[in-house]
Design a protein around this ligand. Structure first.
Ligand code: C2O
Ligand code: CU
Ligand code: CU
Length: 476
C-alpha cells in the first residue's frame, strides 16, 4: 500500500494545505453582487405583517411595456408588468389576494396546482362568476403543499395569458434541506410582438394556428429577452422553473452541463434524476440544480432547443438563446456537497381504483372554426364526469392527433403510471402531463375532501379554447 508508507509529516502537510484551500473556497462561496438582478421578479407586497398570512393586492390592467427594445407594447399585466409579481408563502400559510380587474374584458385567476377549495379555483361559471371590468374578487385559500405554483386567467385563456397574464407563486418548506443552491425563480413564456411593438393577433393563422398552437416569437425569461445572470463558477444554483407559455414547449440545454432535477409540479420528487435536456410542457414546473462551470469570464448560453411535439413542430426551427450565464472573473469556487434530496411519496394503488376514466383527445370534422374536444365533445357541450370524495381513479388520456398535448387536471395531483401499470419511478406528484403523438398518458388520482367542479384540459390554450376541456364533478 503506497499510501501507508508516506511519512506522517508529509500527510499532515497535505491535509493542512487542503484545509486552507477549503477555508478559502468557503469564504468566497457566494455569487457576485447583484448576480440575479437581471431576472429578479418583483415581489408582491404583503399587507399583513402576521406570520402565516400573505395578503396582497393584485390588479390586472393593460400597460405599455418594452419587450422589443425601442418599442412599446400594450401588454396585459398583473400589477403593471410581465410576469406578475412573485407571491411567496410558506407551506400552510393562508393567502389572500384582493384582485381587481381593470382590463377591458372579464377575467378570473386560476391558481394552477394549488390544492385549494373549488370556490377559489377561478373556473368561470363553476367556481366563481367572471370578474367584469371594474369588478373585484377576493381569493382566500391555504397553500398545503410546498412547490412552485403559478397563476393565470381562465377566461379567453389563450388571448389573455398570451398577452402577458401570468405569475409565479412559490411555496417554501422551511424543512427542506438548506444549501440546495442559490435560488432563482424563472418564469418562461413567449409573446407575439410585431417589429413596431404591436401585440400579435391571438387568432393569427386561423384554424392552422389553432391546430399548431400559437407560439409567440419573443422568448421571455421573467419577462425579459435574453437576460444575463452573473454567476460564480462552481457554485450550485437552484432553478425553480415554470413554463407559462400558452403553447410553446420549453426544452432547455446548457452545453457541457447537466441538470439535476429534484422536483416538479407538486414539490420534490422521491429522488433526483440527472438530465441533459430539461423539458417543460406548458403548465409544468421543474426544480433543478445546476452548477455553471467554465473559464472565468466565460458566457454560457442557455438555449431553447426545438422539441418535437409532432407534425412540423421542429421543421426549420433554430435554437434560441433564452438567457446567459456570465461567469465571474474568479477561479471556480468549491461548493459544499449536494445535500441529500429524498422525499417519501406514498404510491397510490391503481388496483384501488373504483373507476377507470377513458378520455380521447379529439377533433371535429367540419366547416368554420376548428373545434376540438374530449371524447368527441367540446367543453361547451360536455357533461361533467362524476366522482365521489375519497375515490381513487385511473385515467387514460389517449391522443388521436399528430400533435402532443399537455393534459392538466385542476385541484388534484396525480401519479403518472409507467408501462407496468405502477406509478413511474422516481415518483412525483404532477398536475400536468404530456400526452405524446400516437400514445396515451395514464395516471392514478385520489380525490381528497374538496367537492365541487374541477376542470381538466389541454394546456395548449388554443386547444383548450377550441373545446379540449372538460369537468369533473366531485361530490360528497
Ligand atoms: Cu393552468 Cu386550467 O390551468
Ligand atoms: Cu390548473
Ligand atoms: Cu392540445
Amino acid at each position: 500500500m503506497p499510501g501507508s508508507s508516506r511519512p506522517p509529516l508529509f500527510t499532515s502537510l497535505l491535509l493542512a494545505i487542503a484545509a486552507i484551500g477549503c477555508a478559502e473556497a468557503s469564504s468566497e462561496r457566494s455569487q457576485p453582487e447583484g448576480w440575479d438582478s437581471a431576472v429578479q421578479l418583483r415581489p408582491a407586497r404583503d399587507l399583513d405583517a402576521s406570520p402565516g398570512v400573505v395578503e396582497v393586492d393584485l390588479t390586472a390592467r393593460v400597460e405599455e411595456v418594452e419587450i422589443v427594445p425601442g418599442t412599446r407594447t400594450p401588454v396585459w399585466t398583473y400589477d403593471g408588468g410581465i410576469p406578475g409579481p412573485l407571491l411567496k408563502a410558506r407551506v400552510g400559510d393562508r393567502v389572500i389576494v384582493h384582485f381587481r380587474n381593470d382590463l377591458p374584458a372579464p377575467t378570473t385567476i386560476h391558481w394552477h396546482g394549488v390544492r385549494l377549495l373549488a370556490e377559489m379555483d377561478g373556473a368561470p361559471g363553476h367556481s366563481q362568476a367572471e370578474t367584469p371590468p371594474g369588478g373585484s374578487f377576493t381569493y382566500d385559500f391555504v397553500v398545503p403543499d410546498a412547490g412552485l405554483f403559478w397563476y393565470h386567467p381562465h377566461v379567453d385563456s389563450a388571448a389573455q395569458q398570451g398577452n402577458g397574464l401570468y405569475g409565479a407563486l412559490l411555496v417554501d418548506d422551511p424543512d427542506e434541506p438548506a444549501e440546495l443552491g442559490d435560488e432563482l425563480v424563472l418564469v418562461l413564456s413567449d409573446i407575439m410582438v410585431h417589429e413596431d411593438g404591436a401585440l400579435g393577433d391571438p387568432r393569427a393563422g386561423g384554424n392552422f394556428g389553432t391546430l399548431f398552437g400559437r407560439e409567440g416569437d419573443q422568448l421571455l425569461v421573467n419577462g425579459r429577452l435574453n437576460p444575463v445572470i452573473e454567476a460564480r463558477g462552481g457554485l450550485r444554483q437552484r432553478w425553480r422553473i415554470v413554463n407559462a407559455a400558452k403553447s410553446r414547449y420549453y426544452q432547455l440545454a446548457l452545453a457541457g452541463h447537466r441538470f439535476t432535477r429534484i422536483g416538479g409540479d407538486g414539490g420534490l420528487m422521491e429522488r433526483p434524476v440527472e438530465t441533459e435536456m430539461l423539458v417543460l410542457t406548458p403548465g409544468e414546473r421543474a426544480d433543478v440544480l445546476v452548477t455553471p462551470r467554465g473559464a472565468p469570464g466565460a458566457t454560457l448560453p442557455v438555449r431553447w432547443v426545438p422539441y418535437d411535439r409532432g407534425y412540423g413542430t421542429t421543421f426549420q426551427r433554430p435554437e434560441v438563446e433564452v438567457f446567459r450565464i456570465r461567469l465571474a472573473d474568479a477561479p471556480e469556487a468549491e461548493d459544499a456537497p449536494v445535500p441529500a434530496v429524498a422525499r417519501a411519496i406514498p404510491a397510490l394503488d391503481p388496483a384501488a381504483a373504483v373507476r377507470r376514466v377513458d378520455l380521447k383527445l379529439t377533433m371535429e370534422e367540419g366547416e368554420g372554426d376548428l373545434v376540438m374536444g374530449i371524447n368527441d365533445v367540446p367543453f361547451w357541450e360536455a357533461e361533467p364526469l362524476m366522482a365521489t370524495v375519497g375515490d381513487t381513479e385511473v385515467w387514460t388520456v389517449e391522443n388521436t392527433f399528430d400533435f402532443d398535448h399537455p393534459f392538466h387536471l385542476h385541484g388534484f395531483f396525480f401519479q403518472v403510471l409507467g408501462e407496468d401499470g405502477r406509478p413511474a419511478r422516481p415518483m412525483e406528484w404532477k398536475d400536468t402531463v404530456n400526452v405524446p403523438v400516437g400514445g396515451a398518458a395514464r395516471f392514478v388520482v385520489r380525490y381528497d375532501n374538496r367537492p365541487g367542479m374541477w376542470m381538466f384540459h389541454c394546456h395548449i390554450l388554443d386547444h383548450a379554447d377550441a373545446g379540449m376541456m372538460g369537468m369533473l364533478h366531485l361530490v360528497r
